[in-house]
Design a binder for this molecule. Sequence first.
Ligand code: ZN
Length: 268
Amino acid sequence: MDEVDFVNFILIIVLLFFLLFIVSAPFIVAYNLFVWLKDSFFPPKIDNKKRQILSNNCNFYSRLDSSEKERFESRVMLFLKEVNFSSRKMLLNNEIKLTVAGVAVSLTFGLYDWNYPLLKRVIIYPSTYFSKITKNKHKGEYNPSFKLIVFSWKDFKHGIKYESDNLNLGLHEFTHALYFSFLKSNSKDAIRFIENFNQILLYLKDENLKNQLLEAKYFRDYAFKNKYEFIAVLIEHFFETPAELKAKFPYIYDNLKVMLNQNPIQLK
Ligand SMILES: [Zn+2]
């Protein structure tokens, strides 16, 4: 094959790929539209066994009325369809997947944009694990580049079992995933979330208010590491001890209520 033939050959290959793209593009768009319409009008169904698992493992769900439960269930099923689960050194089952999805759906239940666009994978370890990414031992982590959350199942379970100790690994990591996606979004929910959180951060600039927060010893020290940890820890408190948070720092509670469009005091 001389040089001219080779160039022609490459051009033909490029042209063929281009034609293939042109021909297939409308089918891909049509298929995605079909899936979107199907999921919007006929969300994946939940059965009684799965409902029972949600009732046993997700207090947020069990306190909802019947129409809210229906909305919660369809979001859980969509979450499980969108997010890929895997495990290391342990077996994965429906109970684990539904319990994790239940926490994710609880956090964003008040929002229209509830579904974590910057999350595609969840990996479960039995307990604390050594992270190849950070080279440290972890109970959990969120990685926006990999759209990945990793949990130690032991610590995740602790988070949902002890409801008032302000430690909830699931809520913590899902808050990271939510905050990162809202930083990149212009939706109404995202704008309201970011504006109100910036308002909270502004309080921290007031030395008196910051000292009040530190001296109260209510939020663990880790909260003050950076703004990402601060919002994650605030939200753990918002769900676990909402009445105490409102009594101690009403302005923070009110901002969080607007950010998530829900009021956990009514559910507790
Ligand atoms: Zn964190």
